[in-house]
Design a protein around this ligand. Structure first.
Ligand SMILES: Nc1ncnc2c1ncn2[C@@H]1O[C@H](COP(=O)(O)OP(=O)(O)O)[C@@H](O)[C@H]1O
Ligand SMILES: NC(=O)OP(=O)(O)O
Length: 313
């Protein structure tokens, strides 16, 4: 198989919801990553942090306000903590899997900042689900106590939402590029990257969570990758999802993707940003392709046996 530069965007099922679960699940994730490396591909890893940043924020806030005695922890710092904690587990798991298969390759997790526009309309309208799923009653109670915003998330319960601005610039891109060129497996733009704004005195963290699929699409374009691969819980994107006439999509072009979006087939906050991220990468240069599939089927998607491929025409 021809060697490709692949940016992987890892979704929630690659990570689980707590440290114990995550440590176990990243072993599977690492198998997928190393399978792709064994097929001869260069792999760069990005990942989400929605459940994790919500958990860290809630824990820090609880401790600061309910007598735990810790100082308040700003939201961007919670994002940075999630990046370090997830990156640590992924790095260790990929190192172990490479060693188990006798593959000599270094792995590095990079704390990565991503510049956003403070005037981004997203700051006025929170859309990014974070933390655990709740019942309507639980969500209403916290919304009243803390003023947080909650939405119903794709039929799976209620989740807090925070602003999710567009990624404008990956601050550490040159370092990532050097490491990739040096054949290091890099874990970067964790949780979409720590959102920062440019100020007269330098970069400053801002309370938001960037969509990791969008940051991975930008990373893939900036690194001149061949493929953006988004790994989530479903083998293929569907139209009429969860309806009796549901149909899996093996390949769609940009025009078809736009048509399906306008018909409302992809849920906002879950599948829609994934399809949009793929479209932006595919549009950015001729020959670029994107794949959406499950963690388990990544290898099969590379050989065209499953997954949804998004192509220009
Ligand atoms: N049209 C669709 N086709 C397939 N899955 C969809 C569709 N619309 C919504 N989904 C849901 O989107 C989920 C993926 O989004 P999400 O859970 O946010 O991803 P992540 O893996 O990044 O956490 C799928 O597991 C599925 O439940
Ligand atoms: N940052 C981000 O997109 O996280 P999730 O993938 O967990 O929603």
């Amino acid at each position: 198989m021809e060697s490709k530069k692949i940016v992987l965007a890892l979704g929630g099922n690659a990570l689980g919801n707590n440290a114990e679960e995550q440590l176990e699940l990243v072993k599977n994730t690492a198998k997928t990553v190393v399978d792709l490396i064994s097929q001869g591909h260069k792999v760069v890893i990005g990942h989400g942090n929605g459940p994790q940043v919500g958990m860290i924020n809630l824990a820090m806030e609880y401790s600061a306000t309910q007598g735990g005695g810790t100082a308040a922890m700003p939201f961007p710092e919670c994002g940075a903590m999630s990046q370090g904690y997830i990156g640590y587990h992924l790095q260790q798991a990929v190192q172990t899997e490479l060693a188990n298969r006798g593959i000599k390759k270094e792995v590095a997790c990079l704390v990565t900042q991503v510049v956003v526009d403070p005037a981004d309309e997203a700051f006025k309208k929170p859309t990014k689900p974070i933390g655990a799923f709740m019942t309507k009653e639980e969500a209403d109670k916290i919304a009243e106590e803390k003023g947080y915003v909650f939405v119903e998330d794709a039929g799976r319960g209620y989740r807090r939402v925070v602003p999710s601005p567009q990624p404008k610039r990956i601050v550490e891109l040159n370092v990532v590029n050097k490491l990739v060129e040096d054949d290091v497996v890099v874990i970067t733009v964790g949780g979409g990257g720590i959102p920062v704004v440019e100020t007269e005195t330098g970069l400053q963290g801002t309370a938001a969570v960037i969509d990791k699929d969008k940051s991975c699409a930008k990373l893939a374009a900036d690194l001149d990758a061949d493929i953006l691969m988004i790994l989530t819980a479903v083998d293929r994107v569907c139209i009429n999802f969860n309806k009796p006439d549901q149909k899996e999509l093996a390949q769609i072009n940009l025009e078809e993707a736009g048509q399906y979006i306008s018909e409302g087939h992809f849920a906002p906050g879950s599948m829609l940003p994934k399809v949009e991220a793929c479209m932006s990468f595919v549009e950015s240069k001729d020959g670029r392709e994107a794949l959406i599939t499950s963690l388990e089927k990544a290898g099969l998607a590379m050989t065209g046996e499953t997954g949804t491929k998004i192509v220009a025409k």
